[in-house]
Design a protein around this ligand. Sequence first.
Ligand SMILES: Cc1cc2nc3c(=O)[nH]c(=O)nc-3n(C[C@H](O)[C@H](O)[C@H](O)COP(=O)(O)OP(=O)(O)OC[C@H]3O[C@@H](n4cnc5c(N)ncnc54)[C@H](O)[C@@H]3O)c2cc1C
Length: 425
Amino acid sequence: MNKPDYKIHIVGAGLSGLIAARVLENKGYRPVILESSEKVGGRIRTDEVDGFHLDRGFQVMLSEYPKVKQYIDLESLDLKELVPGAMIFEKGKSSKIGDPSRQPSLLGPSAFSGIASLSDMWKILRLSLELKRTSLNEIFEEKEVSTLEYLQHKGFSEKVISKFFKPFFSGIFLESELRTSSRMFRFVFKMFAEGRAVIPRKGIGEITRSLASELKHTKIHFNSPVERVTDSRIFLKSGKEIESHFSIIASEAAPLISNLRKQGTKWKSCHCFYFTASNQAIEGRMIGLIADDNSLVNNIFYHSSLNEDHKGDYLISVTVVKDTDLDETEMEEKLRSELKEYCGIETERLIKHYIIKKALPDLQSLQYEIMPTETRLSNRIFLAGDQLLNGSQNAAILSGERAALGLIETLEGGAVTAELTSEYL
Ligand SMILES: Cc1cc2nc3c(=O)[nH]c(=O)nc-3n(C[C@H](O)[C@H](O)[C@H](O)COP(=O)(O)OP(=O)(O)OC[C@H]3O[C@@H](n4cnc5c(N)ncnc54)[C@H](O)[C@@H]3O)c2cc1C
């Protein structure tokens, strides 16, 4: 059979599915993506509402992720860089803290913030230098403890942990206790220290939109939720059956494969509210954090700062990572009052509230790598998605690439893999 004649299906048009399609296309195959929703992107999507670009949850791309550098044409994306630091709001006061090795102008404010002592600043600098010398594979082979234990063990003060690390990394890990593995902390810290945190001017969804537009020999079927996958057939929820020679499940596999049903992924969730605001409490593209254990708001970001020509009301996203029993109206009220009390932000219109139930996989042990053969569930079904490794864009890209390589290896044999492997690993 010629390569284009193989019926290869990918379930899911998120980052991992799009990358799997790209790798297959590059090797001469013509995959078909089955996507349950009406658009590409999965968790990396942006909606346009009343002229505002709303990301489905505040998220940044780290330019130093190895797989981002390999697959994403950053130059074409009209990227806006965030300031490498944060504005911390506490009891009506605000102070800036950041990495002075990246932005020297933050040295003064950080040192005098009252949040990080000089010893904390020195430890942050030393940690950056240490991580620059440590490879990602080494980081993911280290003993895992919780991030909180790791920071305490490193000797950071209680104050800098509770006022900076906790709110900052809670917003990244989407949990407020810092129980996430120290491997993830060191991975993300290294990426922040070595690269830039960026968002495209028109929102994070530009990344997946542009990846999809580059696919030339892949068909994408939208509104096509898959119910079950077997070695030779795909069953859609609509009742339709499709013949498939090979499948890549680039979404959670457990619901789709009968003998995996009990091995579902645990997920961390979050809420993201978008408000317009009449004033700007943070200048420039800087994340705002509320450093109070009792606050519901974790972080805020002025999305209007991504657009230099912005006029009129400001647009802010407000991320909540804590579990809460409040209903939507009660949450909205509490967020508005916290934004006013802690940050002096006068919110106007609520534009949108996203509840993201499956935001990040809640994994016990985190990995960086997966070999192509390890993505193989059966001779004809391969798995991809960040839940295989760690909750990051890098993991999603890497897993999509490896699943495609695993499939190609099955079809073309070991000699090809050796060649492919040296090209990709
Ligand atoms: C709020 C938030 C903030 C984040 N912040 C960051 C960050 O700052 N940095 C970072 O690196 N990562 C971040 N992430 C994680 C990052 O977005 C994910 O790691 C990545 O998008 C996962 O891609 P994926 O392809 O594995 O999964 P997904 O994006 O979830 O894609 C799966 C796709 O499969 C589709 N699908 C599911 N089931 C079916 C079915 N039965 N049939 C057909 N289609 C199906 C879905 O609709 C979806 O399009 C964040 C995530 C969230 C939600």
